[in-house]
Write a protein that binds this ligand. Structure first.
Ligand code: A3P
Length: 325
């Protein structure tokens, strides 16, 4: 079903880090199981470890009451997980504060990609109490094939690749322990050779199915610009009816400042454990970093901004999607 190509070019080798020392290109060989995929959607860069899990992921049993939150990394996944979990659980703030978000909304493939983690997150996810809330960064081609027949709810979130580049760079350095240059990391993204790339294709595959009843396509920028409007779309998607007061309370709960001080959502423990495992123990890094649109202007050089804009232009050519949505 899949082929696995070791990646040994200098650029990919330079992206080695304690969290992911070696990478492969995973390629879905048989597109027939998902007619929605176009011919460019078949590959994904992942840590070598993933090859032992690819078939298990693809054959994972899906239930119709599952909720899947799918994103490229650093697109506001955590923010969306909290929003979606609360909506689907009738705003049960009590449980949301007691139980860490990572337990309420499980990271499906973490055990299949994280070098120093020996948990079988795929089996653990299978055994979650239903309705299961499942987060994944895998592209459409690699996700369980039953998603396309069972059709559970899928919430997809995209974010502008320039802000993703900056957010991912900090994540890669501090959480995955990358000690290489920022230049190599950015070149890796532009060459679609960083973990989970290609990025724009990831988005386009879900943009193409955005009108399916079980799919909700959101963007980080929309959530920042008009969270009230997004909350209303999400509540319709979950067929829930909340009062204005309830939505105002949820709006407040989901604000950057509230989620940053909330131990159930700010990922402090997860980050500390990952930093310890990946050689950054004792250093300071906050998962809830800045939470802004346009932060790339503070961190990317003019040259890289132009190159990312050209990269986006080329990758979106012939499509009706643009990252200002
Ligand atoms: P920055 O690194 O740009 O600050 P993910 O959950 O997909 O890893 O995404 C993490 C990004 O979402 C980080 O972006 C983080 O700060 C931002 N984020 C998390 N919660 C947020 C919130 N409530 N409001 C706005 N941004 C949020």
């Amino acid at each position: 079903m899949f082929s696995f190509k070791p990646l040994n070019c200098e650029l990919v080798k330079s992206l080695s880090c304690p969290g992911a020392p070696t990478f492969i290109e995973v390629k879905l060989e048989d597109l027939s199981e998902n007619p929605r995929l176009d011919s460019e959607s078949k590959t994904c860069i992942l840590p070598e470890k993933y090859q032992h899990f690819a078939d298990k992921v693809r054959n994972f049993e899906v239930f119709d009451d599952d909720v899947w939150i799918v994103t490229f990394p650093k697109c506001g996944t955590t923010w969306t997980q909290e929003m979606v979990w609360l909506m689907d659980h009738d705003l049960d703030y009590h449980t949301a504060k007691q139980i860490n978000l990572n337990r309420r909304s499980a990271y499906f493939e973490i055990g299949a990609i994280a070098n120093n983690l020996s948990v079988d997150s795929i089996s653990n996810t299978a055994n979650l109490p239903r309705p299961r809330h499942i987060k994944s960064h895998l592209p459409m081609a690699l996700l369980p094939k039953q998603l396309w027949t069972v059709k559970p709810r899928i919430v997809y979130v995209s974010r502008n690749p320039k802000d993703v580049a900056v957010s991912y760079m900090h994540h890669y350095q501090m959480i995955m322990g990358y000690r290489g240059t920022e230049k190599n990391f950015l070149e890796g993204l532009l060459a679609d050779k960083v973990m989970y790339c290609p990025q724009v294709q990831h988005v386009l595959d879900f943009w193409r199915i955005r009108d399916q009843q079980n799919v909700l396509f959101l963007t980080y920028e929309q959530m920042k610009r008009d969270l009230v409007g997004v909350l209303s779309r999400v509540s319709q998607f979950f067929r829930k009816c909340f009062s204005e007061e309830q939505l105002t309370e949820l709006f407040h709960h989901l604000s950057f400042d509230e989620m940053k001080k909330n131990p159930a959502t700010n990922n402090v423990e997860m980050v500390a454990a990952a930093m310890q495992m990946n050689g950054r123990g004792g250093e300071k890094f906050e998962f809830m970093r800045k939470g802004q649109v346009g932060d790339y202007k503070n961190e990317l050089s003019v040259d890289y901004i132009e190159r990312f804009e050209e990269y986006i232009r080329q990758k979106l050519e012939g499509n009706d999607f643009d990252f200002s949505h």
